[in-house]
Design a binder for this molecule. Sequence first.
Ligand SMILES: Cc1cc2nc3c(=O)[nH]c(=O)nc-3n(C[C@H](O)[C@H](O)[C@H](O)COP(=O)(O)OP(=O)(O)OC[C@H]3O[C@@H](n4cnc5c(N)ncnc54)[C@H](O)[C@@H]3O)c2cc1C
Length: 316
Amino acid sequence: MENIGLLIEFKDGQVKNANFGMAAAARKESRQLVALVVDASASDAKAALEAHGVARIVNINTGNHGWNPAIQTAAVVAAMEKFGITSLIGLTSPAGRDLLPRIAARLDAPLIMDCTEIDLDGHRVKTSQYSGKTIATIVLTGSHFIYGIRANVVAPLNDPAVAEVIDFSFERDRGAGYQMIETRSDGSGAQYLAESDIIISGGRGLKSGKNFKLLFDCARHMNASVGASRVAVDNGWVPYAMQVGQTGVKVNPKVYMAVGISGSIQHFAGMKTAKMIIAINTDDNAAIMANCDYYAVGDLFEILPALKKALAALKG
Ligand SMILES: Cc1cc2nc3c(=O)[nH]c(=O)nc-3n(C[C@H](O)[C@H](O)[C@H](O)COP(=O)(O)OP(=O)(O)OC[C@H]3O[C@@H](n4cnc5c(N)ncnc54)[C@H](O)[C@@H]3O)c2cc1C
């Protein structure tokens, strides 16, 4: 039976939902899903991982050096060797972008980030290129294969299994490398955009950072995250972490609302895979209007307060 490694990420002590789609992408009778949990509580994650078909959980303990990608990389590579894992899937998230390339470099393995489809038997993946204008099919060759999957491209599958938890200690001197001095949150408490099911984004039409409150007010009622176009970020209205697009975050939500955003190619490159796109714009000739499922032609300063009111009433 082939062992497929899943690099598990946590948020607030819980396994991130996007990991379950990763498990669904890998699930097959002839495979055993092995979750690699680094410096986190595998026992807390056990029930959730079992519900999604994970048969083995490797509880990697590096001696808790805090954020130390060099040590975490060495620990994951050692666990892959120990448990006979040649294919590893992680998320194309900030943590995944940090760790997966290091793991691939260590193993001299091919790496494809931002995969939208993965065929583990043929080592064949699909990923978007040229700002989403083309979809590339890439075949990987080698002895090990590292895949970074785009969050939410595969729906989670309820497929219960019984998992054994194996402790794997990888304690090592910090040596040369990194030392975490301090971490600071931006204070927004916002969910990472790439993993959000519903996103409401604002662009130049919002006219100021202060007006983004209109989006946050609606988002609260929809359990949505708030994103932005590059213009809003370049103007200093919102932080870069909120930028959606070619040079920002690539998102794949169930619903994407573009408010006061024209729909440039570069913005589309980051959100075109959304299952439903809704636009609010005063200009019915804006590019976004021809590329969305629903639109409202009108002034966002009238529509958003009305939307907030309607959402509050629905919730009530
Ligand atoms: C190399 C490169 C990379 C880039 N990367 C990105 C990227 O990652 N993400 C990104 O977003 N852009 C990116 N851009 C910039 C991109 O080309 C566009 O300039 C940008 O997306 C436009 O942002 P916008 O839609 O907010 O502004 P605009 O194009 O100015 O559109 C504003 C829209 O708001 C509407 N509007 C105005 N007032 C109202 C109102 N009261 N009510 C309703 N609608 C209103 C207007 O009709 C208009 O359609 C990149 C550009 C380059 C060259």
